[in-house]
Design a protein around this ligand. Sequence first.
Ligand SMILES: [Zn+2]
Length: 193
Amino acid sequence: MGMFDYSIVTHNGKVFFNNWIEWQEINLPTEPKWFRIIIQGILSFFGHCGECIAIGGCYFVDRNMPEQPLHPKCHCGKLSIAIDKVSANINANCPLEKFINYIFTDDTKSKGKKSLFESLGYTRENSMQLKFDYENQAREQYLKGLYELDTLDEYGQRINIEIDLNGHKILSGWMLEPKGKIRNITPFGGWAI
Ligand SMILES: [Zn+2]
């Protein structure tokens, strides 16, 4: 057990109980990645549901996960995982390119986000710091079960996570990957309410 017990979390005056589960697509190995990709291809060829295949092995808190069964003839299950294992595995990856090759290019390419980030006090020189801030905050929020489900399709489950940028709360978009990994896809998805 780490410094905090993340199984009970309070947020905005509400109490949340976190029981973690791993989504189980019964035929799908979660590792290694190359083998998983091959099996995903075979399963989808035989008509298995693309959404279930995409989220097999991903971690959710049971109060905030896609419904089971997800579709008719869905054979997916869920496996409880201990919070220490979740805590050891959960990791957030925010590619540096999101900032240097997108946000801080120009306002045309970034759809106005360069000006927006500058108004929050960041420039291109802060790209590395932003990457680490995003990764640390997202890991912490995800571990607390404080995320909202967004679109689920054959590419995977997207979630939104609140990030604090110099006191301004924004929503960032992430893709779930197996075994507690999340990868940033949208640095700025709107203001958090
Ligand atoms: Zn299924």
